[in-house]
Design a binder for this molecule. Structure first.
Ligand SMILES: NC(=O)c1ccc[n+]([C@@H]2O[C@H](COP(=O)([O-])OP(=O)(O)OC[C@H]3O[C@@H](n4cnc5c(N)ncnc54)[C@H](OP(=O)(O)O)[C@@H]3O)[C@@H](O)[C@H]2O)c1
Length: 226
């Protein structure tokens, strides 16, 4: 499958790497490919510069947001939450229309330091804002509630015995997403319903961040038991 992964950070790299390894035809999107490949320093999360990752993944091309989105039958939003709407505008409505848009972004606001707050919550969510701004895209919110390593390798923790959520308005888009998630190794996937449920999964972030501080690791996840 042709997949466009918008975002060059740890999440974009994890998703693009796994999808390419599984044989998908992946193009990663960024604002300015030349500038991104010229970066020599680690990013804010301590990740190696993108060019190091690119050297280890020669089959994954780096193009503009627009080109990567146009390439994909499925598009992944792995951009910084504060910039996702802008990144998707750069990709353009035409390149997103009719496609599954897997939204992994969290609307974290670091402007007042740590821990971050949410820039949208309670009665709205980033997932909904994206769906409203791009009505022809089939937005599925998922994978935003665990770290990038676990997203594509849930078996690395507790034998994969923990939970992933999906929500979105389009049944077929959620089925396609669930198939991808199962391919990554997810066994417990809960469909919460329409895209308004992104309010719930995005509002898990304040507790997720505090757990990371308390547990001193990002390798943990939620497990829902009844
Ligand atoms: N890290 C995790 O483990 C994790 C877990 C769950 C969810 N998430 C969510 O996943 C998303 C990606 O996280 P990340 O840690 O991989 O990287 P990130 O640093 O949050 O985002 C990096 C991406 O955002 C883009 N970006 C930043 N400012 C922009 C702007 N003004 N306009 C357009 N694009 C802009 C960058 O573009 P360039 O390529 O052009 O620099 C880059 O591709 C975030 O929303 C995050 O909250 C992360």
């Amino acid at each position: 499958v042709k997949i466009g992964v918008l975002g060059t950070g740890g999440v974009g790299q994890a998703l693009a790497g796994k999808l390419a390894e599984q044989g998908h035809d992946v193009v990663v999107g960024t604002r300015d490919p030349k500038a991104t490949l010229a970066k020599a320093d680690k990013d804010g999360m301590g990740n190696a510069p993108y060019k190091d990752w690119a050297a280890a993944h020669p089959r994954v091309a780096l193009k503009t947001y627009r080109e990567a989105a146009a390439h994909g039958e499925i598009v992944v939003n792995a951009t910084s939450g504060h910039a996702s709407l802008e990144a998707l505008r750069l990709a353009g409505e035409a390149a997103l229309g009719g496609k599954v848009l897997l939204d992994i972004a969290n609307p974290l606001d670091f402007s007042k330091g740590m821990p971050p707050s949410l820039s949208v919550s309670n009665t709205d969510s980033l997932g909904e804002q994206i769906q409203k701004a791009f009505p022809a895209a089939k937005v599925v919110k998922t994978l935003n509630t665990c770290n990038a390593v676990l997203m594509v390798n849930p078996g690395a923790l507790a034998g994969g015995d923990h939970t992933m959520f999906v929500c979105g308005n389009d049944r077929a888009a959620k089925d396609r997403t669930t198939e991808l998630l199962k391919g990554f190794g997810w066994k417990h996937i809960i469909d919460l319903g329409d895209i308004t449920n992104a309010r719930g999964t995005e509002m898990l972030l304040p507790i997720w961040i505090r757990l990371m501080g308390t547990l001193q690791t990002a390798m943990f996840n939620f497990k829902i038991v009844k």
